[in-house]
Design a protein around this ligand. Structure first.
Ligand SMILES: NC(=O)C1=CN([C@@H]2O[C@H](COP(=O)(O)OP(=O)(O)OC[C@H]3O[C@@H](n4cnc5c(N)ncnc54)[C@H](O)[C@@H]3O)[C@@H](O)[C@H]2O)C=CC1
Ligand SMILES: O=C(O)[C@@H](O)C(=O)[C@H](O)[C@@H](O)CO
Length: 309
């Protein structure tokens, strides 16, 4: 597969475009506004520059990757002759369904349509599809150009060819796909992440810890361990009798709320959206430019270590 289309040029779309372009693919990226495309071009350039600074790419490879990306606001132009489409537009089911309807009216039956959804099961995404067999979920993690894993989610309708071709292209661009055995809302990682966030939010609401305390505690403990020793491996190394005691003593005391915390709703209502508005759990004055640079600098060091394994 050579022609890749990325729909949406936001947090995920621009990184995915960069990733496919670095792997030699012809990439078209589509956003509704020129300003979003300009921002995406700037973010991609900055991300490639950090890779050059860290000698993971040379100047020529950076220029070649940039030259492989075409930017457009025209949806029809973006999807024409695409082999593989990665939909990375907002997590709003109606918006995704409307977009799939347009895509299916334009592209050939061979085009694979994948979604970067963080939550929706494939059944919901394909409820109106003419050809559900060529739909699949490829859940990349932020930043997609650096995080190694992609969750692949299929359902009973998904064609084996779609699964195999998706798996192969993800391997080809350097990712390690994990194929879920059956579909479930939120897949593996976001279910575990949300379970963890539920408890972290509870600790904040109870006044046990601040957002900063939680980040410090998690980065220096589970964050330190998990890149090389997963949560299940860690239990074997600890001794499962201790795991049993820990789970038994703590589980009964954990938050079991099914509600989004009110403080989070208030933050969103007050436009405290994180780097997008310079205000979130922390404050920023540059729309997160420094935070992204520092994050990517560290992630590239970690990626180098993982690639040596
Ligand atoms: N932000 C994250 O960390 C992650 C997000 N995802 C998923 O990726 C998808 C995209 O998320 P983000 O990149 O964070 O979103 P975003 O809001 O940063 O970017 C969305 C893009 O879609 C465009 N867009 C907005 N409304 C649209 C519409 N009605 N039709 C077509 N395009 C429209 C926007 O202009 C923008 O280019 C979502 O499904 C999200 O759940 C997956 C993994 C991580
Ligand atoms: O961390 C990620 O990239 C993923 O778990 C996601 O899908 C989420 O949307 C996440 O970024 C929001 O916390």
């Amino acid at each position: 597969m050579k022609n890749i289309t990325i729909l949406g040029a936001g947090v995920m779309g621009h990184g995915a475009a960069q990733l496919f372009a670095q792997a030699g693919k012809n990439v078209r990226i589509r956003a509704r506004r020129e300003t979003s495309l300009e921002k995406a071009r700037e973010l991609i350039t900055n991300s490639l520059k950090i890779m050059v600074e860290k000698a993971m790419l040379n100047d020529q490879e950076m220029e070649q990757a940039l030259a492989r990306i075409t930017y457009t606001t025209d949806l029809h132009e973006a999807i024409q002759n695409a082999d593989f489409i990665l939909e990375s537009i907002p997590e709003v089911l109606e918006t995704k369904l409307e977009t799939y309807e347009i895509i299916e009216s334009v592209v050939s039956e061979d085009t694979i349509i994948s979604s970067n959804t963080s939550t929706f099961p494939l059944k919901e995404l394909t409820q109106n599809a003419k050809h559900p067999e060529r739909f699949i979920i490829t859940h990349f993690f932020n930043p997609p150009q650096l995080v190694p894993i992609v969750e692949i989610v299929k359902d009973d309708n998904t064609n084996e060819d779609t699964i195999n071709a998706t798996y192969d292209i993800l391997k080809e661009i350097g990712k390690s796909p994990v194929v879920l055995k059956k579909e479930i809302t939120g897949f593996i990682v976001n279910r575990v992440q949300v379970a963890m966030l539920r408890e972290a939010f509870h600790l904040m609401e109870e006044g046990v810890a601040t957002a900063e305390d939680i980040d410090t505690a998690m980065k220096g403990s589970m964050g330190f361990k998990w890149a090389f020793c997963g949560p299940m491996e860690s239990q074997d190394l600890a001794g499962l009798q201790t795991t049993e005691a820990m789970v038994g003593n703590i589980m009964q005391d954990l938050s079991n709320t099914r509600e989004v915390p009110s403080f989070l709703k208030e933050m969103v209502d007050n436009d405290q959206l994180g780097i997008r508005t310079n205000e979130g759990f922390y404050n920023y004055d540059d729309n997160g430019e420094n935070a992204i640079h520092t994050r990517d600098d560290h992630f590239l060091d970690l990626l180098k270590l993982l690639q040596q394994q």
